[in-house]
Structure formats: structure tokens, C-alpha cells
Design a binder for this molecule. Sequence first.
Ligand code: PGA
Length: 252
Amino acid sequence: MRKPLVAGNWKMNKSVAEARELISALRPKLDSIRDVEKVLCPPFTALAAASTLLQDSGIGLGAQNMHWEEKGAFTGEISPAMVKELCNYVILGHSERRAYFGETDQIVNRKLIAAQAFDLIPIVCVGETLDQYESKLTREVVSTQTSSGLRGVSPDFAARMVVAYEPVWAIGTGKASNGLEANAVVKDVIRPALADLFGMEIAQTIRVLYGGSVTAANAAEFFGQPDIDGALVGGASLKADEFAAITKAAAG
Ligand code: PGA
């Protein structure tokens, strides 16, 4: 049985003070929700404060990105060792990283290997753009992103990693995919690609989230799908009530 996971990707939002405020509002709401793994991913600058506020909460903390090298002359980058000091999760290959910062499947894979070395649970994002969707290339694109981006890790580590299927056209647009269509991509494309890499048994234990305009109003539609194990939430994770309602929906 795969335990549902709901992660909030705050993106480039919230000062340290604002992060403190949001976490204080979230704690009482999330603490009472059982049987769901909860993860918050604030910007780097708020991670230290967040990690203090989340101590003993059962709420995980994740970074939104990292470099693959442990240390060195990489101005402006944050290393996996630094992330590991504060976090237990890291988002890798988000479509905004791919679109605006040139991240390729090869770069995503290097970061994945680094996550394994530092025992960080990766939330690896895959998903097609609007052009690709309209050209009916979804399956091809998502299959390649999965098999190139997620290869080369041990079966043990693979079983613990998380994949997020995020159609790019659904991110931040208010135009979510629908449960059936998203489930079909996870079931027919992502899990088979994972099975090719790690075998069927492990592919069945890897949690696959849906992301893209998830709200309290549409979350249950996605969580009701057999192959969708939770959500990666952007905009709606910045509002305590909304994020708590989505998390509650994942508890069933
Ligand atoms: P959104 O973002 O929920 O604002 O669409 C999701 C994401 O980018 O992970």
C-alpha cells in the first residue's frame, strides 16, 4: 500500500517572517490529519526557520532544487549536503527549472544520484508542455523524462523516491487536468517506465503524485484515482486553509 503524500511547493514566495506565519497557521490544521505524508517546500532562505518550526511535527521539509556537487566553486548554488542539514526531501526537475533554467533529463539524473548519496527523498517532476500535449506527444515525452531522469539508482532508493506528474499546461493556469486523463498517464506511461528501470514490484511501491492547479475543490477527483498517490501543490499551498483541505482530502 502506498501512503498518500501531499507536498506544498511554495516556489519563489514568502519571506522568512511570512514563512513563519504560514507554518504557524498550518501546524494545528495539519497535525490532526493522519495517514498522509505532508511536506512543505519553502524557498532556501526560509528553510532554517521552517526546520525549527517543524521539529517534532511529523511534517517533512523539502528544498525546491539543489546542485549535484557536494561543495565547491558554484556561485549561487546550494549543495545536497547543505539541503540535507535541514531537509529530508528535495524537488528535482520541476518544469520551471527545465523551462527557465535549462535543466535537462541528464541534469535531473545527476541531481537524483546526488539525492541518493545524501539520502534525500527526491520528488522528481515530469510532464509535457501544451505544445506537446496538443501534438499528442504526452506519452513519448513523459516516458523519456522518466526513463532518462530516474535511472541509475539502487532498487532500495528507487522504492522510496516520489514522482510528480505535472502537465506543464496545468501548472499555475487554473486549468487542471482531469482525474482519468492524469491517471492514464501514470498507469500507462510512468509506471511501465519505472518497471523497465526497477522491475514491476518496485514500480508499484513508488508514489506518483499529480500536480497542476490542484485545489481543495478538485483534489478528491485526483486522489480517487488508483494510480495517483497524492499531489504536488503550488499556488494553493500558500493558503493554510486550502492546503489543509487538500491534505485532508488525501486522507480519504
Ligand atoms: P500549481 O503549481 O499548483 O500552482 O499549478 C504546481 C507546481 O508547479 O508544482
